[in-house]
Ligand binder design. Structure first.
Ligand code: ADP
Ligand code: ZN
Length: 214
């Protein structure tokens, strides 16, 4: 199964992708995580990508596409993958269809007015990588699952979030037309799009995703 999770920042793609990839036994590939790790390790890609992540803007297509092409050529991706955060532009989607076309695209929908609160309140555990909303933490610095320290992502600040939401609407939302077969560049007559309501409890979103993939 080759799968894509689409949706705005804060829709819950990362949380759901972790659960669904374990369930389907396919690798979870998050381009955002790959960039953050490249930045930490100061690789050439990391040095190039840093200014875009800091600003909340998209990294240029050529950089992202090369990185994903290399990742998808690895042995663990030959029977399937779950991509989270890629593609984010129509040109990335066209490139992916040439590299290894996805079977289904799950669009997790959440309204903008819910996203700002979700993202400004998002905290991540540095030990287990769990994601939590600050309103659910008994101690705002401690992970309720493993006791590790939680931190806030650098780009989860209101000004950067606004830039990311704008980038989503302008550059990524057109993928809904692309995957439902309504874009000029779409593969003729092909609808791979599955829509899921992301404004539910995480376990209900998980169930809805599995149901739509049946
Ligand atoms: P979110 O979905 O919460 O915005 P991600 O972790 O998926 O966060 O991405 C963080 C940042 O990484 C983006 O704002 C962008 O700068 C960069 N990025 C990730 N994936 C892509 C992509 N496919 N194309 C361009 N930039 C990307
Ligand atoms: Zn933890």
């Amino acid at each position: 199964m080759k799968l894509i999770f689409l949706g705005p920042p804060g829709a819950g793609k990362g949380t759901q992708a972790a659960g669904v990839s374990a369930h389907l036994r396919v690798p979870h590939i998050s381009t955002g995580d790959m960039f953050r790790s490249a930045i930490r390790n100061a690789t050439p890609v990391g040095l190039e990508a840093k200014k875009y992540l800091d600003a909340g803007e998209l990294v240029p297509d050529s950089v992202v596409i090369d990185m994903v092409r290399e990742r998808l050529s690895m042995a663990d991706c030959q029977d399937g993958y779950l991509l989270d955060g890629f593609p984010r532009t129509v040109d990335q989607a066209v490139a992916l269809d040439e590299i290894s076309a996805p079977d289904a695209v799950v669009d997790i929908q959440v309204l903008d007015e819910r996203l700002m609160d979700r993202l400004t309140g998002r905290r991540i555990c540095e030990k287990c990588s769990g994601t939590f909303h600050i309103s659910k933490l008994a101690d705002e610095h401690i992970c309720p699952v493993c006791g590790g320290a939680v931190y806030q992502r650098d780009d989860d600040q209101p000004e950067t979030i606004s830039v990311r939401l704008r980038a989503y609407h302008e550059q990524t939302e057109p993928l809904i037309g692309y995957y439902s077969g309504q874009d000029q560049k779409s593969r003729p007559g092909e609808n791979r799009l599955k829509i899921v309501n992301g404004d539910l409890k995480p376990e209900d979103v998980f169930r809805a995703i599995l149901a739509t993939l049946e």
